[in-house]
Design a protein around this ligand. Structure first.
Ligand SMILES: Nc1ncnc2c1ncn2[C@@H]1O[C@H](COP(=O)(O)OP(=O)(O)OP(=O)(O)O)[C@@H](O)[C@H]1O
Ligand SMILES: [Mg+2]
Length: 355
């Protein structure tokens, strides 16, 4: 790696309580965050996400292991670590009875930002998060999305190089979530802020994280780029809808005979098979169908989703563990015969072509 990591965690262990009441929040977690990237920590409730962030922010001490932020050891140099990072807690951190501007100014002064600089930074952050219009209204009158943006802005008042966001978008509607995603991505891309965010939204992890750590029950389940994690599962699914009943078996045999195709299955009006790369395999699949005299109504290619990744490594579906995952990211949604659909986020990326 050309630069030292923005965050390094090595063998972090944390247990709350003792004896048969002990809760093993972290059982040995190791990762590093490359500078200027968005690092996602994805896990169901109780996985250990907040514990990880609290240790990195010096708010909790690990029982074993060590961690550093911006090259500073969290145990040996906690004050310097706190100056280097911005921390946005899972719970709201603003004062509802103060205005947005007052909240930002107070936070800046708590971070020892000089008054004139604090005023300038407050104005700049209000503008950047699109909060200027409401800036001088009490925050209790703000929408949930505006309030969460204020929390994130408050984490940035002292211009930290590393930002920890603990579930920044939980409970937000899809549009507010997307606005916050844009701002978080911009922080990393344009300002080289290193962002570590926790989430239990598959879609958020998939869209936003350059690198992803999936944790469950205090352990790492998998880590890598979202693309690599999905690609490591090794297979896409190709699904053909057949307008003429009775052609399915012929289509299945034609597909099954192709090199690189496995698990070809037919029902009355559709055939599906697994291939390493669906888009690469499509021309061969379509040619084989033509040779066999089969007419396909539509062809859909679905790539593995992060839910498939989680299932593969944790042995259960992620959405079985989280009650409020939006249904929009459900993989394997019904294929329509539209000419092209954008890949569905989070759930299986799906591309579709008219055969
Ligand atoms: N202060 C504490 N005292 C006792 N147990 C705790 C404490 N903090 C966390 N835990 C336990 O440690 C485990 C991990 O909690 P943590 O808050 O890190 O999970 P999380 O992944 O952030 O979950 P969520 O998605 O619900 O926020 C849980 O079983 C939790 O109950
Ligand atoms: Mg948490």
């Amino acid at each position: 790696m050309p630069h030292p990591p923005a965050v390094e965690a090595v063998d972090l262990v944390k247990t709350y309580g003792k004896g048969n009441r002990a809760v093993h929040a972290l059982r040995g977690i190791t990762f590093h965050v490359a500078p200027g990237t968005v690092f996602g920590v994805l896990g169901p409730n109780g996985a250990g996400k907040s514990t990880t962030v609290r240790i990195l922010s010096t708010l909790a001490a690990p029982d074993a292991g060590h961690a550093s932020v911006a090259g500073l050891d969290v145990r040996r140099a906690p004050d310097a670590v706190r100056r280097a990072l911005g921390y946005v807690s899972q719970r709201p951190g603003f004062d509802p009875m103060a205005t947005g501007r007052e909240n930002l100014m107070l936070q800046a002064r708590l971070q020892a930002v000089p008054a004139r600089q604090a005023r300038r930074r407050t104005q700049e952050l209000l503008g950047r998060f699109d909060l200027l219009e409401a800036a001088d209204r009490l925050c209790r009158t703000w929408s949930g999305g505006m309030q969460r943006k204020l929390d994130v802005a408050m984490g940035l008042v002292h211009d930290p190089r590393v930002l920890f966001l603990d579930e920044p978008t939980t409970g937000l509607d899809p549009q507010a979530r997307r606005e916050l995603w844009d701002e978080i991505a911009r922080l990393a891309r344009n300002e080289q802020v290193s962002v570590l965010l926790t989430t239990h939204y598959l879609e958020e992890a998939d869209q936003l994280a350059d690198h992803l750590l999936i944790i469950d029950d205090g352990r790492i389940v998998a880590q890598g780029t979202p693309q690599a994690l999905k690609a490591a599962l090794g297979s896409d699914t190709v699904r053909l809808e057949l307008p003429d009943r009775g052609q399915a078996e012929r289509a299945r045999a034609a597909l099954g005979a192709l090199p690189g195709v496995s698990g070809a299955l037919a029902d009355e009006t559709a055939v599906s098979a697994r291939v390493a790369d669906g888009v690469d395999a499509l021309p061969g699949v379509l040619a084989a169908l033509r040779r066999a005299g089969v007419r396909a109504g539509s062809v859909a290619v679905a790539s593995p989703s992060l839910d498939d990744v989680y299932l593969h490594h944790a042995g259960r579906r992620f959405r079985e563990t989280v009650p409020d995952v939006p249904t929009a990211s459900t993989p394997g949604s019904t294929a329509a015969s539209a000419s092209t659909t954008a890949p569905t986020s989070g759930g299986g990326g799906r591309e579709q072509v008219q055969a």
